[in-house]
Design a protein around this ligand. Structure first.
Ligand code: CU
Length: 281
């Protein structure tokens, strides 16, 4: 055989180097004429399941953890606050004319919110027990708005590696300063209404603090996790985590003012595990 026949009728003159049965990637690197076919070679390598050289390309595809109804259950519950909730804080925002116009009487900040004894603005997530799971990261970004000179929402959940888009909806300069401990910090201005910028936090961490350095009362927190089992409570203090693989877990809840609580739970297939967590100011 004097020439090797490639797909689409392309022929490559055989040489000593090329005739050796090397992997696709090495062959493409050595023969300039084959470089043009590199995308095809890569596609074939992927389709054919070529062995991966360590450190030589993207991570191999990992099969997502199956989440069928026969093997999953759910976790549902409420967060409560025992005792009297702290009073609202009154914040003067007259340092910025736009903020002052939005809040002519100042800004009432309710650090601990919720109907009755319920707790809002808490991040609930599975903190242990999912180490072997593989879960696709959503394509859609999480959006955090700067509106009326506050972050909205002020507690936000996101997946590690998911896009997080910060938007300025005010006619004034805001800044977005993120201070994770396990990922690189970020710090940028959003100068005008409509300005937006997207970041990702590659490593799971709860909480990741976010603040606006222009307006010191503007603070938010991200809960960044590497699985889809998280929620942020609303005024009713309720949360539901669905399609959880049956197993033993540590469930945690974190609140910006009240800190973190956690408890051990078990999820059975086809069942709902009920959880009540109580915080004390
Ligand atoms: Cu600001």
């Amino acid at each position: 055989m004097s020439a090797r026949v490639l797909p689409r009728g392309r022929r490559v003159p055989e040489t000593g180097a090329q005739s050796r049965p090397t992997p696709h990637r090495r062959r493409a690197a050595r023969a300039p004429v084959v470089v043009a076919l590199a995308p095809l070679a890569v596609a074939l390598a992927i389709a054919g399941g070529c062995e991966r050289t360590p450190g030589a390309g993207p991570e191999p595809y990992r099969t997502p953890t199956p989440l069928d109804a026969a093997t999953t259950g759910s976790i549902a519950g409420y967060l409560h606050v025992r005792g009297t909730k702290p009073p609202r804080r009154h914040v003067q925002v007259t340092s910025d004319a736009t903020c002052a116009a939005a809040h002519p009487d100042g800004l009432d900040v309710e650090d601990v919110r919720g109907d009755g004894d319920m707790l809002a603005d808490a991040f609930v997530w599975i903190v242990r027990g999912l180490e072997d799971g593989v879960f696709a990261v959503p394509e859609t970004p999480v959006v955090v708005d700067q509106r009326g000179c506050v972050f909205e929402p002020r507690v936000v959940g996101a997946r590690a590696g998911q896009r997080i888009e910060f938007v300025n909806s005010d006619d004034t300069l805001h800044n977005v300063h993120g201070t994770p401990a396990k990922s690189s910090p970020w710090n940028f201005g959003l100068a005008v209404r409509g300005a937006r910028r997207t970041i990702t936090v590659p490593t799971a961490e709860v909480p990741v603090g976010v603040q606006c350095d222009v307006h010191p009362w503007m603070r938010a927190a991200l809960g960044v996790v590497d699985h889809p089992y998280f929620a942020v409570t609303g005024l009713d203090g309720a949360f539901t985590l669905g399609r959880v693989p049956a197993g033993q877990y540590t469930l945690a809840a974190w609140h910006p003012r009240l800190g973190k609580r956690q408890q051990e739970i078990e999820v059975a297939a086809g069942a709902t595990t009920r959880v009540e967590i109580t915080f004390a100011p």
